[in-house]
Design a protein around this ligand. Structure first.
Ligand code: AMP
Length: 394
């Protein structure tokens, strides 16, 4: 079934309730550390203001677990939005109820109001129909532009969509679906997947799904250790998941059946611990000692992975190649980021750490598409239908 976009819907003088992902990182003083998520919502907001909609903005921030937590208020987002738009953005300290309805009903075309954190209400994350109905009272049209929470079936992402007749994606959600669709649904071959990060257990479903779809899978990060151990190699003090060794073996066997070239590191940067960067050294994976901790991929692995990246027509990347937060262990991730950026392939990067790594390498503008999704990006990689998108079908 088809999903409409905001551009397909008449929104003039309508109360349009938007679900955005304003889940921005805050520092200890409550100031916004990084406003990327607010900036990514601007095209949709500006479009709707231009079309004379009456804008009702909603989002979550953090995990208040159904309680009012002043430090997780969206109020600072209203101020930041107002600066970025050079428009007044009103703020209400709740997101449902008669007081909110009165403010929303009094909005004029082009007016913008941001409602308080939807997760201050415990019903939100339970997709409670009564709470969804309360939200729906504020909307003639519902627009979901929060790709980052599209994998969650909550009231503001799914429940409300089932209760409002006119609904669709915002411009960012549309862009995400188009770009990720290009990488996963009908990609140009060869397709190279780069998978890293801490654990195999977090990414089993992704691994199982991509073996059928990708020609090459490059594995780095802590998760590579479990595969090395499954091949009978010593991994010393490295992060490993004993209970995933059998699964790791099955995944490698499956890669052979599906003719997916499954590449593990050949060498690694090791140290006695994460805090011992000054003692870092490069070893072949067959020479990892019992007191070594693998904390990055080594230069030979970078070379091998780069050669595969250069041959790719499509690249999908999720998860860092090492503990890139530490200078001694960031080189592998930085070099892979640069290789992805230099490649002529259509490249998509998703997940908070990988996006940060690409920014740290100074190559964000050279990657074809940077997704705003972390969990949602992973579920897309797993081949799942995102509930927040399914709920927009009309
Ligand atoms: P994830 O959220 O699963 O993508 O994992 C990201 C985290 O994995 C980052 O904070 C990295 O520091 C960490 N990581 C990457 N490589 C390793 C490694 N070899 N050992 C321990 N942690 C790692």
């Amino acid at each position: 079934m088809a999903v409409k976009c905001i551009t397909d819907i008449d929104i003039y003088n309508k109360r349009v309730l938007f679900r955005f992902d304003f889940n921005v990182p805050l520092d200890t003083t409550g100031a916004i550390k990084d406003d990327t998520r607010i900036r990514r919502a601007l095209p949709t907001i500006k479009y709707a203001i231009g079309k004379g909609a009456r804008l009702v903005l909603t989002s979550h921030l953090g995990r208040p677990k159904g309680e009012i937590k002043p430090e997780l208020s969206l109020k600072p987002v209203a101020s930041r939005l107002s600066e970025l738009l050079s428009e007044k953005v009103a703020f209400i300290d709740d997101c449902v109820g008669p007081k909110v309805q009165a403010v929303v009903n009094a909005l004029e075309p082009g007016d913008v109001v941001l409602l308080e954190n939807v997760r201050f209400h415990p019903e939100e994350t339970k997709n409670d129909p009564k709470f969804s109905a309360e939200l729906a009272k504020l909307a003639d049209v519902y627009i979901n532009d929060a790709f980052g929470t599209a994998h969650r079936a909550h009231c503001s992402t799914v429940g409300i969509a089932e209760m409002v007749k006119e609904k669709g994606t915002g411009l960012l959600m549309k862009e995400e679906l188009e770009n990720l669709g290009k990488a996963f649904s009908d990609p140009k071959k060869p397709v190279v997947g780069i998978l890293g990060g801490a654990k195999v257990s977090d990414k089993i479903s992704v691994l199982k799904n991509i073996l059928n779809k990708m020609d090459v899978v490059l594995i780095g990060g802590g998760m590579a250790n479990t595969f090395l151990k499954a091949k009978g190699l010593e991994v010393g003090l490295s992060l490993t998941e004993e209970d995933m060794i059998q699964t790791a073996k099955e995944i490698m066997e499956r890669a052979i059946q599906t003719k997916c070239l499954f590449c593990l590191p050949e060498d690694a940067v090791v140290a006695p611990g994460i805090e011992n960067g000054q003692e870092a050294r490069v070893v072949q994976v067959k020479n990892i000692g019992s007191k070594d901790m693998v904390l990055d991929i080594g230069p030979a692995t970078v070379k091998k992975f780069t050669a595969e990246i250069e041959k790719a027509a499509t690249i999908v990347w999720n998860g860092p190649m090492g503990v890139f937060e530490k200078d001694a262990f960031k080189q592998g991730t930085m070099n892979i980021a640069k290789a992805v950026a230099s490649s002529k392939a259509y490249s998509v990067v998703g997940g908070g750490d990988s996006v940060r790594a690409v920014a740290q390498a100074g190559v964000s503008d050279e990657v074809s598409y940077i997704s705003t999704g972390g969990g949602a990006f992973m579920e897309f990689m797993e081949g799942k239908i995102l509930p927040g998108v399914a709920a927009l079908e009309s």
